[in-house]
Design a protein around this ligand. Structure first.
Ligand SMILES: Nc1ncnc2c1ncn2[C@@H]1O[C@H](COP(=O)(O)OP(=O)(O)O)[C@@H](O)[C@H]1O
Ligand SMILES: [Mg+2]
Length: 242
């Protein structure tokens, strides 16, 4: 009757209207955001809804779940495929990965690669993962600039970056790049308050004052109640106000 497990979307998504509006407003003025709340509070669901609405407004978007990645290499190629997705090239890129020939067969993809030669370098294993990653962060902004579009890019479960060997260097690199990017705004999320505070909130944090902090709370009670009532009716389950 009520979906649990996966992030929810569409009709299953309830409430959070105020948070959605707030986040979208900030992102649109170029203010990056960090959403902090324990696991299963609804961060990913909220973020995906924000992305859905931004897409409707013709914004470029991108989404990476840091938790799902074990290396910087895969993060770098996911960033590229997410960014390319805004030109309908995600599938083509993912499918032709590992074969330059295939990449060049797609005319649109070929044009992108001609503008951004580092993608070839990555395919040729010319770079270490650090260099690929660094290029991919530039790509978020540069590709959007080229298309004259603003992009909102998400790093979900950003605190998970701490599992990487050179975590502090990665974070410093991202900060110094992101600060200068004019076409990109970022949406970070994280579940572990102490980790997220040390990255975003404390005055010695690398992202201190670079992002607006949103501490996500429980779903609003009345919204949840209304939804439960509706679901009970729908499934003919007797409903008791108490
Ligand atoms: N806005 C919402 N409306 C309805 N259900 C939600 C909402 N947000 C979260 N949930 C429920 O909570 C679960 C966990 O949400 P998720 O977005 O994955 O949380 P997080 O990313 O914080 O771990 C979802 O599978 C869903 O059942
Ligand atoms: Mg999540």
């Amino acid at each position: 009757m009520i979906q649990v497990g996966k992030p929810v979307s569409g009709n299953e998504f309830i409430g959070r209207e105020q948070e959605i509006r707030e986040i979208i407003t900030y992102l649109k003025i170029g203010q990056s955001i960090v959403v902090i709340a324990p696991r299963r509070f609804g961060k990913t669901s909220l973020i995906l809804e924000v992305i859905r609405r931004l897409k409707k407004d013709k914004y470029f978007t991108g989404y990476i779940d840091v938790f799902a990645h074990a290396s910087l290499d895969t993060i770098a190629s996911s960033i590229i495929s997410e960014v390319l997705g805004n030109h309908g090239l995600k599938k083509a890129y993912v499918k032709s990965k590992g074969s330059l020939l295939k990449m060049f067969k797609n005319i649109k993809l070929k044009a992108v690669i001609e503008d951004f030669e580092f993608i070839l370098g990555m395919e040729d294993n010319e770079y270490d993962e650090w260099t690929s990653f660094s290029h991919s962060i530039d790509f978020i902004n540069d590709f959007s600039r080229k298309s004259n579009k603003k992009i909102a890019f998400t790093f979900d479960e950003y605190g998970d970056l701490m599992k990487f060997k050179k975590a502090q260097d990665i974070i410093k690199l991202m900060r110094s790049k992101i600060q200068k990017q004019e076409y990109a705004t970022y949406l970070f999320s994280g579940s572990y308050k102490s980790v997220m505070d040390s990255l975003f909130v404390f005055n010695k944090s690398p992202f201190y004052r670079l992002t607006r902090v949103i501490n996500l709370s429980y779903l609003e009670f009345n919204v949840l109640k209304k939804y439960m009532k509706k679901k009970c009716l729908e499934f003919k389950v007797s409903y008791n106000e108490n």
